[in-house]
Design a protein around this ligand. Structure first.
Ligand code: IVH
Length: 702
């Protein structure tokens, strides 16, 4: 059946059929070592599954074959580790956000409001990013972004793209060009037409078509799909491409890369916004999809000083076009219980197409949002509440989950009633409590709530956490349902509890001796775990992947981390101050950490888990040879060559800990003019003191 013409019900049935077929095929291949179908058939079933999921993201099954580890296609494409991480961009949605972007850069660099500061503005291409590595002028490797650290090797496929030169003249010895692969509107239309003629699948939009075409095992398929490439950035270089963004782009263009003709140099936010308007006006006639305008600081030396936050550069931002909208009927409100017990209302909608994707679910945030109030109790949507049966406006902005934005009161059924948010957990019936100042109502059941326990363990085994092969969301649900695992520590005693006979597991549908043995081996492999992954895996509120890595590099070892967080319980004292001094850790995250560690049952569960593990020590990245790695530095007085924020970020990038107060633990004081009591205290304690030039000389940046 043609995917483009499927109704949601048909899609649901087809996804179920594909899941059954593919799971059976996986089992035959991995577990029984008796493949049932040719690789090509298997690949095409997987592709069909992925395409249906792309068109109906809400219908994706919890046991979706696209999430299964050990899948042949994913294994078939080799991985590439990016030498320079491929990051994403922060977003701006209106002129205030753009002004704030300019202000924060000026503040960081210590520039006044009227100091000249030029930016480039260029279209944000809606495709997928690609890194091209040239050695001595010859293309040697092409990789997708992947998770930013590790991408997929698509070299053979990239070679089939006409915009990508095989060789380049007058290039740095090592040159990594980055840009966007995309498909033009006419090429997209004729691809879909051809697909239809041969009974193949239609793609939902040009971006999916480009991604599907690039990530092919067979490069001849990629070749038959006309892809294009715009260069806009770079990774590793043996020498700089120029002094400014404009110069570097001109250099890339000279080497033969396509660069976007709508790129402009702008003197400040007003000119950026004016060029945004120009690009927005041309959007419909460009012939390819764009979803916003990217602004970048033009001066590359300033870009270098501004550097990066955990996942985005400080020197660039994406100003997105307004979201796409549609109206539909709200059929029901369901409550989902998350990992931290949060009760999240989900809107079940009559399916509607929003920006090329069929939407049947959307988030309703929390009970205040449904009632027409924000977190401070103030009216939103003019105070209109949302009711089952209402005619509602749905929107999607970028890749985010669809939201319900507005209600048409004129179409409200006369018998409708205000929605009553549950005060007990729909899963375990424990009280659902809303604490003062919290917008979210939470189930108080903790690990006795099956929904919380399962979600917590799904998070625990997820890719950025323990990533245990053979133990995915589906298996966690199954094992929890059978009472085999109730908390993460149980995963590590599975083998012992089963004994060597593996009787129970063997008797389970879908498990043989081989798969059970493989599972236990995979679990054993994760008994040694990096500190950052462990912290992230605990699934504490507000502690995401980037923050977990920051905490890991700051504390270095589990023992140091655990001791410090335990000691910081009173939210004061040196350990609390030290925690709060980490760039990227705020009071909300710090409070969540210390609260979790002070909570008896949560702490006991963590201790039971860690008893089974050897936790790797975290080293600070890129600090080899750094003269200040591991040292505690305090800045005081006025700095003249950089702002405090910049000084702190640079010191931390070199592996130093920056603290706000002088103590016996301080290794170095950097004192500018006007330094007072801290300089005196440092002198009393015999701590080495440098002025700003001395500091810059020490770190090699004078
Ligand atoms: S610059 C350090 N420029 O948007 C990040 N990105 O949302 C450098 N993108 O991952 C990226 N057009 O795939 C840049 N003109 C453009 C872009 C662009 C599209 C993509 C890119 C990036 C994503 C971030």
């Amino acid at each position: 059946m043609n995917i483009a013409e499927m109704t949601p019900d048909e899609a649901k049935a087809e996804l179920a059929r594909l899941a059954a077929l593919l799971n059976q095929a996986n089992q035959a291949y991995y577990i029984s070592d008796a493949p049932q179908m040719p690789d090509a058939d298997y690949d095409s079933l997987r592709r069909r599954n992925a395409e249906i999921e792309t068109r109906f993201p809400d219908l994706k099954r919890t046991d979706s074959p696209s999430e299964q580890v050990g899948a042949r296609v994913a294994d078939g494409i080799a991985k590439v580790e990016h030498r320079v991480r491929m990051l994403s961009l922060g977003n701006a949605f209106d002129r205030d956000d753009v002004a704030a972007f300019d202000t924060s850069i000026r503040k960081y660099l210590g520039l006044t409001v009227d100091a000249p500061l030029a930016y480039t503005a260029e279209p944000k291409i809606d495709g997928l990013s690609l890194a091209l590595r040239y050695e001595n002028g010859v293309l040697v490797e092409a990789a997708t972004r992947g998770d930013g650290a590790v991408g997929e090797n698509v070299t053979a496929n990239a070679r089939t793209i006409r915009d990508i030169p095989e060789t380049v003249q007058d290039a740095p010895r090592t040159l990594e060009v980055r840009g966007e692969v995309y498909m033009s509107h006419p090429d997209f239309a004729s691809l879909n037409e051809r697909q239809e003629q041969v009974g193949g699948k239609r793609f939902a939009n040009p971006r999916n078509a480009a991604a599907g075409s690039l990530r092919q095992l067979d490069a001849s398929i990629t070749k038959s799909r006309p892809l294009r490439f715009f260069a806009y950035s770079w990774g590793e270089l043996s020498e700089p491409l120029g002094e400014t963004q404009v110069e570097a782009l001109a250099r890339l263009a000279k080497m033969g890369f396509s660069t976007n003709p709508l790129t402009r140099l702008c003197a400040g936010p007003d000119e950026l916004l004016a060029h945004y308007a120009v690009i927005e006006e041309q959007r419909a006639t460009l012939g390819y999809d764009i979803d916003g305008v990217v602004y970048k600081v033009n001066d590359l030396a300033l870009q270098g000083r501004l550097g990066f936050r955990s996942t985005t550069p400080r020197w660039a931002i994406a100003h997105k076009f307004p979201a796409e909208l549609a109206w539909t009927r709200l059929e029901a409100i369901d409550i989902q219980v998350g990992r931290t017990g949060a009760l999240s209302p989900v809107a079940r909608l009559t399916p509607v197409t929003v920006g090329g994707v069929v939407v049947s679910n959307a988030t309703l945030h929390n009970e205040d949002y449904i009632a027409g109030r924000d977190a401070r109790g103030e009216e939103i949507r003019g105070g209109k509440d949302i009711r089952v049966g209402d005619w509602v406006q749905v929107y999607r902005a970028g890749d985010v989950i669809p939201k319900v934005a507005d209600v048409d009161l004129g179409k409200r059924p006369s018998e409708s009633q205000a929605y009553r948010f549950p005060t007990s957990c729909p899963q375990c019936h424990s009280d659902a409590i809303r604490e003062e100042g919290d917008a979210v109502r939470r189930c108080s059941g903790g690990m006795i709530c099956p929904a919380q326990a399962v979600e917590k363990m799904k998070h625990f085994v997820s890719r950025a956490a323990f990533d245990i092969e053979g133990l995915g969301a589906r298996q966690v649900e199954q094992f929890h349902g059978d009472g085999w695992i109730r908390e993460p520590a149980d995963i590590f005693t599975l083998r012992d509890r089963f004994g060597s006979g593996l009787q129970q597991l063997r008797n389970r549908e879908g498990w043989g001796d081989k798969s059970a043995t493989n599972l236990f081996t995979a679990i054993d492999e994760k008994r040694h775990i990096p500190l950052g992954r462990l912290i992230f895996a605990l699934g504490l509120r507000h502690v995401g992947e980037a923050a977990s890595n920051l905490l890991a590099t700051h504390y270095g070892s589990w023992e140091a981390f655990e001791t410090a967080i335990t000691r910081a319980a009173g939210k004061e004292g040196p350990d609390w101050d030290d925690l709060m001094s980490i760039d990227g850790v705020g009071v909300v995250m710090a409070t969540s950490l210390v609260t979790a560690f002070a909570q008896e049952s949560e702490r006991a569960s963590i201790d039971r888990l860690v008893a089974h593990l050897t936790v790797g020590e975290a080293r600070r990245p890129d600090t080899e040879g750094s003269p200040v790695a591991g040292k505690t530095v305090v800045f005081t007085g006025t700095l003249e060559k950089m702002t405090r924020a910049e000084a702190k970020a640079r010191a931390e990038a070199l592996g130093a800990k920056v603290s706000g107060s002088v103590s016996a633990k301080t290794d170095l004081l950097v004192a500018g003019p006007g330094a007072g009591s801290k300089a005196k205290k440092a002198a009393d304690l015999g701590i080495e003191t440098l002025d700003e030039d001395g500091w810059l000389a020490l770190i090699g940046a004078a």
